[in-house]
Write a protein that binds this ligand. Structure first.
Ligand code: NAD
Length: 479
């Protein structure tokens, strides 16, 4: 039996149908059939979470620590197996999959510690004989909606803080990658959590996700995914005064100045734009390069791209796995065509590749001779496609980098302390990287963007507390 059920009110339950989880490196390989809930079943999960909310809100920090620490330990012990599952369902390479499973374990460990530290504040009142406390209380039932590109890290960075701060969870993984989310649910089902505190509901965004967004019992929604869906969720939550946090798309610039170390810049560019098949919200997709280093930079990137091995994610030595599915591949190819039609020069790649196993393979693409006004400079492709825009100097490069509706991550390669310092202050992005790829972040510090990329309080690190708690100010007469 390769059937994987939903987890609702402490029980494993079938959905109204199932959906096959297909390996994008080998479409003949079906990982399993995963339950698909409808809106009614999602309602059962929400009701179970609401019923469990008072119990979990009253749990001790030690109980929360024990659950989260146990999940972290099991993820850590099983990271190779879970990393393999991740690579099999999503298509990132095995080292990337194992690395992500490890990161998820660390996130649970981090929030196990935070559960012990989750206090409020005590202040002196401005009035004599009065005490003031700022209490941090759980929000209640939280709805967590994840995208497909980080099948275990993103669920971890939503579920762990939600539970650490005393909330009950209804969690929906992305349709394309339910396996890792199911694995977390399986571990949590054996962790000693009271029934209903954590619920897994797999299924379509339009059914399961929408039911979570619309339910008056769901007091907060944490969403990561595309801009279109995110903006609709923000509007729906605002309408009914639910808390909402949305992490969405990016069009992340990597600025390369004449004084950069060429090898550092080329590495940062190739790592940041093309690894994980370019399917990272923090992936660089615009290289903004000053004239003196332009040709050497392009030559260096093309040479590196030529040497990359694009193949089955589970094979030893694969650098770039497949695109996640047929639809995403079609979108990538459409943007390669758009880039050509707009007058960009395809310096390398972009074409579909045949490999020994049937999958969605694409050679990483680099465009040169593009401007920032072109669609490939403005719209998120979400694949291994990047373009180079020439700039005269640092000031023009910064202006181009900031000329976008997005603001997730921004990078600069330079040896100039002056420009690095200026860039950290003036790049319009939630995360800024100097002489590093735009993708690749730590798990213990805030993660998120600015402008069109993000909405609401930050995720991760101690900053996650802002979203997963509500504040109450309590005054009492001192005697
Ligand atoms: P998506 O918006 O299609 O789906 C994200 C999730 O929302 C899925 O679970 C989906 O089922 C659900 N959903 C769809 N319709 C819904 C609805 N009406 N109501 C509620 N939920 C609904 O995004 P995707 O294709 O899975 O992920 C790719 C996108 O995610 C890219 O734009 C990428 O930049 C973004 N992303 C952002 C971050 C970040 O932190 N900023 C991280 C990873 C991915």
């Amino acid at each position: 039996m390769n059937r994987f059920d939903n987890f609702i009110a402490g029980e494993w339950v079938q959905g109204s149908g199932t959906r096959p989880n297909v390996n994008p490196s080998d479409t003949r390989d079906i990982i399993g059939d995963y339950a698909q809930a409808d809106a009614v079943q999602t309602g059962h999960a929400i009701a179970a979470a609401a019923a469990a909310a008072p119990t979990w809100a009253a749990s001790t920090p030690q109980q929360r620590f024990d659950v989260l620490d146990a999940v972290g330990s099991e993820l850590l012990a099983r990271r190779e197996e879970i990393g393999r599952l991740l690579s099999r369902e999503e298509g990132k390479t095995l080292p990337e999959g194992i690395g992500e499973a490890h990161r998820a374990a660390m996130i649970f460990k981090f929030f196990a510690g935070e559960a012990l530290r989750a206090g409020g504040e005590t202040l002196a009142s401005v009035r004599l004989g009065v005490g003031v406390e700022v209490l941090r209380q759980p929000v209640g039932v939280v709805g967590l909606i994840a995208p497909w590109n980080f099948p275990i890290a993103i669920p971890a960075w939503k579920i762990a803080p939600a539970l650490a701060y005393g909330n009950c969870v209804v969690f929906k993984p992305a349709e394309l990658v339910p396996g890792c989310g199911w694995t977390i649910a399986d571990i949590l089902s054996r962790s000693g959590l009271p029934r209903g505190v954590f619920n897994l509901v797999m299924g379509a965004g339009s059914q399961v996700g929408q039911a979570m967004v619309d339910s008056p019992l769901v007091k907060a929604v944490s969403f990561t995914g595309s801009v279109g869906v995110g903006r609709r969720i923000i509007a729906s939550c605002a309408q009914r005064q639910a808390k909402v946090q949305a992490e969405m798309g990016g069009k992340n610039p990597l600025v390369v100045l004449d004084d950069a170390d060429l090898a550092v810049a080329v590495n940062a560019a190739v790592q940041g734009a093309y690894y994980s098949t370019g399917q990272r919200c923090t992936a660089s997709s615009r290289f903004i390069v000053t004239e003196g280093i332009h040709d050497a930079f392009v030559d260096g990137v093309v040479a590196k791209l030529r040497a990359l091995k694009v193949d089955n994610a589970l094979l030893d030595g694969t650098d770039i796995g497949p695109v996640v599915d047929e639809r995403q591949l079609a979108q990538n190819l459409k943007y390669v065509e758009i880039g050509r039609q707009e007058g960009g020069e395809l310096a390398f790649g972009g074409e579909v590749l045949e490999r020994a196993t049937p999958g969605f393979y694409q050679r990483p693409a680099l465009f040169t001779g593009t401007t920032n006004a072109m669609r490939i400079s403005r719209e998120e492709v979400f694949g291994p496609v990047a373009n180079v825009v020439k700039a005269r100097d640092y000031d023009e490069a910064l202006a181009i980098a900031n000329d976008t509706e997005f603001g997730l991550s921004a990078g600069l390669c330079t040896r100039s302390l002056k420009h690095a310092t200026h860039f950290k202050l003036h790049a319009q992005a939630g995360m800024v990287m100097v002489n590093l790829p735009t993708a690749g972040v730590d798990y213990h510090v805030p993660f998120g963007g600015s402008k069109g990329s993000s909405y609401g309080p930050r995720e991760q690190g101690t900053y996650a507390r802002e979203f997963y708690t509500t504040v109450k100010t309590a005054y009492s007469a001192a005697g």
